[in-house]
Ligand binder design. Structure first.
Ligand code: BTN
Length: 242
């Protein structure tokens, strides 16, 4: 309940000290017809990342999943992932952390481009409208014990109050989901990928070229020797500098 977590957020807070995965819990709530709930856990014992990877989620991180039922076709739902990446980036920047976004939805920090946060969006629905979307957001806080290519908020900011961070994050996300144009514009502003030579692996093959733009609802436009190629966020397995 919201009161226990002490938040006045635009979502009901479903807080747990420990969960297997906040995304799994949010999917259960979706089956119970709940909406606009943010599931928050201090620790996850079975956190999931993209492409079926495990997501390390020790106590003291920010592990949360927002369940909502937007009036969107499934094909447009990636814009919510973009909005979440923008919200994480902007609140991190407000804490003095030099965060930026690597397409489609990794939040990286500094010249080293170590990973601060990742987003895993799941959804269900018909062709014309989703019945629910779960946007799962994982933000590393304590840098101890992280792999070399990852970082945590406290490596870059001394004053991190997780409750205030989550509250600000949910408010920003709520504002951005109501304004997809603004979310896309802000995404471009925070993008690390645009203008870079990239190699994108998809299930269908590899695309090499210069990342030119991100179009609604989150599609990367790569200028290749054979002209522009569009890659859907969900099809990206890896994006690396080329
Ligand atoms: C990625 O692979 O980059 C996405 C990581 C997403 C992790 C978050 S933590 C909260 C939510 N619950 C999960 O099990 N995964 C997401």
């Amino acid at each position: 309940p919201a009161i226990e977590f002490g938040l006045d957020a635009p979502f009901t807070i479903d807080y747990h000290d420990s969960l297997p995965s906040t995304n799994a819990r949010a999917r259960e709530l979706a089956a119970e017809d709940e909406t606009d709930v943010a599931v928050v856990a201090n620790e996850q014992t079975g956190g999931r990342g993209r492409l079926d990877r495990a997501w390390r989620s020790p106590p003291g991180g920010i592990w949360l999943s927002v369940l909502c039922r937007p009036d969107l076709p499934p094909a447009h739902a990636p814009v919510l992932t973009l909005a979440a990446a923008v919200a994480v980036t902007e609140i991190a920047r407000e804490h003095g952390v030099e965060a930026g976004i690597k397409w489609p939805n990794d939040v990286l920090v500094g010249d080293e481009e170590t990973k601060l946060a990742g987003i895993l969006t799941e959804m269900e629905g018909e062709a014309d409208r989703v019945s629910w979307v779960v946007v799962g957001i994982g933000i590393n806080v304590d840098p101890a014990g992280l792999p070399e290519d990852a970082t945590g908020l406290r490596a870059h900011a001394t004053d991190v109050d997780r409750r205030a961070f989550v509250q600000d994050l949910l408010e920003r996300f709520a504002a951005l989901r109501a304004d997809p144009e603004e979310a896309l514009a802000a995404w471009r502003e925070h993008a690390l990928t645009l203008g870079q030579r990239v190699r994108v692996s998809t299930g269908d093959g590899t695309i090499v070229g210069t990342a030119r733009d991100v179009e609604f609802p989150g599609t990367l436009v790569v200028a290749t020797d054979n002209g522009p190629v569009r890659v859907h966020a969900g099809d990206c397995e890896h994006l690396r500098p080329a």
